[in-house]
Design a binder for this molecule. Structure first.
Ligand code: GSH
Length: 209
């Protein structure tokens, strides 16, 4: 197996945290997105989606999508479970993972990629070029702040998003909160559930993976 990674990018960080929580080690190659290495001919041949993370399997299969990679690794290394152990927890992990991706991650990415010069005509990652839409910047920031309100409410009375067990949903939501700093949106001081939960994740060794 070989993991296509980039240390500075948020989605690969989710996979690195997942690997660290599981205690899995694997070879990694850095694709420096800031230097345009996703446009190198060899990388585009190996990975037509032109995104990281991507996991190349020994039989030549290429897995893209953070959650697909994590699900594959979960099936190979079931303990500790990061996808929930019973019907309710599995559903809560799925629910919060999807909300964190769609309402959190995409909101921050929308604000970032539609404002920063280096993403001009690259408002979405991947093989197709899309022009920036400046109006999406403020909307993305507002959506990210809205996600934090929901996250704060979702963490009330709970250690982790799905209850008692740390999960991949916590990893994704944590990375969203960190990523939101890139567009200067952060939880408010009143959002103490997020602050407590964020500090607990930051203290885990996986947070620096
Ligand atoms: N839906 C994908 C998104 C992956 C993604 O957007 N990766 C970014 C880095 S965080 C990327 O590869 N960007 C390439 C580019 O900006 O050209 C996932 O969940 O893994």
């Amino acid at each position: 197996m070989l993991l296509y990674d980039f240390e500075l990018a948020p989605n690969p960080r989710r996979v690195r945290m997942f690997l660290a929580e599981k205690g899995i080690e694997m070879p990694r190659v850095q694709v420096n997105l800031r230097q345009g290495e996703q446009f190198h001919a060899q990388f585009m041949r190996d990975n037509p989606a032109m995104i990281v993370p991507a996991l190349s399997l020994d039989d030549g299969t290429l897995l893209t999508e953070t959650m697909a990679i994590c699900r594959y690794l979960e099936a190979l290394h079931p303990t500790p479970s990061l996808f929930g152990v019973d019907a309710k927890t599995q559903a809560l992990v799925e629910m919060w993972s999807r909300r964190a991706e769609f309402e959190g991650f995409m909101a921050v990415a929308e604000a970032l990629r539609n404002s920063v010069e280096r993403f001009k005509d690259r408002a979405l990652p991947g093989p197709r070029n899309y022009a920036q839409i400046p109006a999406l910047v403020e909307r993305g920031k507002a959506r990210a702040a809205g996600f934090f309100e929901d996250l704060e409410a979702g963490l009330a009375g709970k250690t982790w998003l799905a209850g008692e067990a740390f999960s991949v949903a916590d990893i994704t939501a944590f990375v969203v909160v960190e990523f939101a700093g890139w567009v200067e949106v952060q939880p408010t001081p009143a959002q103490t559930n997020i602050a407590r939960w964020r500090a607990a994740i930051a203290a885990r060794p996986s947070a620096s993976a």
